[in-house]
Ligand binder design. Structure first.
Ligand code: NAP
Length: 239
């Protein structure tokens, strides 16, 4: 894919992996639409990117678990940027507890953000990609979308669902030249991992958000006639 002049919409762009992907895309000359709930994060990132790389940046605050928020955010970003070539469904949350200990409201919140948020944004953006007969969607899933573990029922269910959603959508839209990829990182050194109590260990050895951004860029960089269906990335030697 030729990056220059393309436009990308990134959910969860305010922190962690989404922020790193935004910066990697801006370095390649991609104009950006940034989405998350915290306006100050988006404002700070927009200024940093415009000052550092000079690409166009627009942002919209939205809770992706709310379909009206998602529709409004997409309408604003589309009005500001035009056709969105690349959608990065990255926003997500994690918390852990046994299926009996976790309050139902928390279980539902994780599914609502990680699964329904991904679905709502895809539902908003995909018709324009189909009409344009091009586009790329990257869904940030997790190793938790490939294997279950004790205390992970909500998070794993949400990420297994994102994997199934990704594969079904790709089967629907590849005939429209639209590429759909799931990324499945293991633990990454971000606020999400720290606040969910995941083991980070020695930061010099630990996977960083920039490493996942490299993987996203590598999948995007492929010729548009091909795509990676899913790609895992792991820390080599966690300490
Ligand atoms: P992070 O540093 O906590 O960043 C998450 C971003 O998503 C933030 O900008 C957050 O901003 C946004 N967000 C969360 N809920 C949202 C909502 N309801 N609506 C809109 N934006 C929302 O987390 P991260 O580690 O980069 O996670 C990014 C993705 O990677 C997630 O899907 C996560 O499941 C996945 N992942 C993470 C790891 C890991 O170990 N870190 C491993 C595998 C996969 P606001 O709170 O301001 O909205």
């Amino acid at each position: 894919m030729e990056f220059k002049g393309k436009k990308a919409l990134i959910t969860g762009a305010g922190k962690g992996i989404g922020r790193a992907v935004a910066i990697s895309l801006a370095k390649e000359g991609v104009d950006l639409g940034l989405v998350s709930r915290t306006e100050s994060d988006l404002q700070e990132l927009a200024i940093f990117i415009q000052d550092s790389y000079g690409t166009k940046v627009s942002f919209a605050t939205a809770d992706i678990s709310n379909r009206e928020d998602v529709e409004a955010a997409y309408a604003k970003l589309k009005a500001d940027l035009g056709f969105i070539d690349i959608l990065i469904n990255n926003a997500g949350v994690a918390s852990f507890g046994t299926v009996t200990d976790m309050p139902p409201a928390e279980w539902e919140r994780i599914i609502q953000i990680n699964l329904f948020g991904t679905y709502y944004m895809t539902y908003a953006v995909l018709p324009d990609m189909i009409a344009q007969n091009s586009g790329t969607i990257i869904n940030v899933a997790s190793t938790a979308g490939e294997r279950g573990f004790a205390t992970g029922s909500a998070y794993c269910a949400s990420k297994f669902a994102v994997m199934g959603f990704t594969e079904s959508v790709l089967q629907e839209v590849r005939k429209h030249n639209i590429r759909v990829t799931a990324l499945t990182p293991s633990t990454v050194n971000t606020n999400l991992a720290v606040s969910a109590g995941l083991k980070i260990g020695d930061e010099d050895h630990m996977m960083q958000p920039e490493d996942v951004a490299e993987l996203a860029m590598a999948t995007l960089r492929l010729p548009e006639r091909v795509f990676i269906k899913s790609a895992g990335i792991w820390t080599t030697n966690p300490q």
